[in-house]
Design a protein around this ligand. Structure first.
Ligand code: FAD
Length: 403
């Protein structure tokens, strides 16, 4: 008799942790586990603002999947998922044809939310993968190089617009304030010529976050030369810059779009019912109407019942969900229908501001500056520890905790 097949799509936080846990919890004969991902490496999405600005090499954020996963127990296939045919219990891959499954875990992550604003897809960059951030870093550097090597001085080459002052936007702006002075030195450009603009439609940066911490972050970033344009919706992105709702134009050759995410478009394409591209999952993390399909991470929508609004998608939640999902897959394999309900346990939130600074809330405690930054590194290292133990922390971790 063929072993039941567990197919895991996407090797992000959710997919990697599910594969790693199942490989430890199941014996060789219990199931065949297959992990599919479009690259042969796993990257840490939560670190991507750093290589995007050029303050950390992208190789520090990624690791080969076969160096972390027990390949005796998990078969890894490098391929792109094209479509999920849940009614036929199979998945279509770009290169390897079709793959059947008995149990499916979908962890394909997210895509930038453009809100249908014209020009975003064509003209803006986004912080979403190693490939995308490598391009941003190179582009920024190219702008510096181009500015000095042209007869006419193009100010738009040195104007950097970050659209969206949520967590990702603020973390990226923070890194830029660290990187830009280095680039100015390297390319003989006066710092006062460079503009970093953080443009946000909502009435505040970091909407929903503690106002005291928001003030701290904004003043700090302003003191490093960031210009905030708050309550300033963008109407259109063009090849020359952005057009605001007021009709004013800001000229720039670099627009980085960080206004939030929606679930992988593969879900919509495969006929699942979604809200902002995410599947509103049952309490046991299964897709409604599909007893053998689990959704994890940014693809899953879960409601915070206290405020009756969706939880923002985070790595923290994706990692916690992997515990419930792996437990529930194991239960189904052993014929049980008693599945665990997922309850997030939000430990806190820390956003880095670059230059050894951060802000955050851990438990009920507000953290600022160096202590928040140290906490951020501890959080980053903790994930590596959960995934690959101490050796992975030593190899890829942020070991210099206090700088
Ligand atoms: P991901 O980790 O995004 O992984 C998805 C995987 O699927 C990727 O490996 C991708 O290559 C693969 N994939 C996608 N499509 C296909 C396809 N068609 N075929 C095959 N493979 C595919 N969260 C926090 O908790 N704390 C933070 O401090 C924090 N900071 C962040 C900072 C930044 C700059 C960003 C961008 C995000 C941050 N987040 C943070 C959010 C967090 O990164 C996400 O919530 C988390 O990555 C979701 O995990 P996931 O497993 O769903 O998807």
């Amino acid at each position: 008799k063929r072993k039941p097949r567990i197919l895991i799509l996407g090797a992000g936080y959710g997919g990697m942790m599910t594969a790693s846990r199942l490989s430890k919890q199941l014996g060789y004969n219990d199931a065949e586990i297959i992990l599919v991902n479009k690259h042969n490496y796993h990257y840490q999405t939560t670190w991507l603002h750093e290589p995007a600005a050029g303050t950390l090499h992208h190789d520090r954020t990624r690791m080969r999947i076969d160096s972390v996963i027990d390949t005796n127990k998990v078969k890894f296939i490098k391929d792109v998922v094209v479509e999920i045919k849940a009614s036929d219990k199979k998945v279509i891959l770009e290169g390897h044809g079709e793959l059947e499954y008995d149990y499916l875990v979908i962890g394909l992550g997210s895509e930038p939310e453009t809100f249908g604003i014209p020009g975003v897809e064509e003209h803006a960059f986004s912080i979403r993968s190693v490939n995308s951030v490598r391009q941003i870093r190179e582009h920024i550097e190219y702008m510096f190089a181009s500015y000095n090597n042209s007869e006419v001085k193009h100010d738009d080459y040195l104007t950097f617009i970050v659209a969206g002052a949520g967590f990702t936007g603020i973390e990226f702006v923070g890194e830029l304030t660290e990187r830009i002075p280095e680039l100015c030195k390297e390319y003989d450009i006066d710092r006062s010529k460079v503009k970093i603009l953080s443009v946000e439609a909502a009435p505040t940066a970091l909407p929903g976050f503690d106002p005291e911490l928001v003030d701290y972050a904004m003043s700090l970033l302003e003191s490093r030369g960031v210009e905030f344009k708050i309550s300033t919706p963008i109407k259109e992105v063009t090849k020359d810059g952005v057009i605001l709702a007021t009709g004013d134009e800001i000229k720039s050759k670099t627009i980085v779009w960080t206004t939030g995410v929606r679930g992988s478009s593969i879900l919509d394409k495969s006929g699942f019912e979604t809200m902002r591209g995410r599947i509103k999952v049952e309490k046991d993390m299964r897709a409604p109407g599909h007893d053998d399909v689990f959704i994890i991470g940014d693809c899953a929508l879960i409601i915070n019942e206290e405020i009756n609004r969706p939880y923002p998608p985070t790595a923290q939640i994706a990692i916690q969900q992997s515990y419930t999902v792996s437990k529930n897959v194991k239960a189904l394999l052993s014929g049980s229908s008693e599945l665990e309900e997922f309850k997030p346990d939000i430990k806190g939130t820390v956003a880095s501001l670059g230059g050894g600074e951060a802000i955050g809330i851990v438990g009920t405690k507000k953290l600022y500056g160096g202590s928040a930054s140290t906490m951020k590194k501890i959080i980053d290292n903790r994930y590596l520890y959960l995934l690959g133990g101490l050796p992975l922390v030593v190899k890829k971790g942020k070991l210099n905790l206090f700088s």
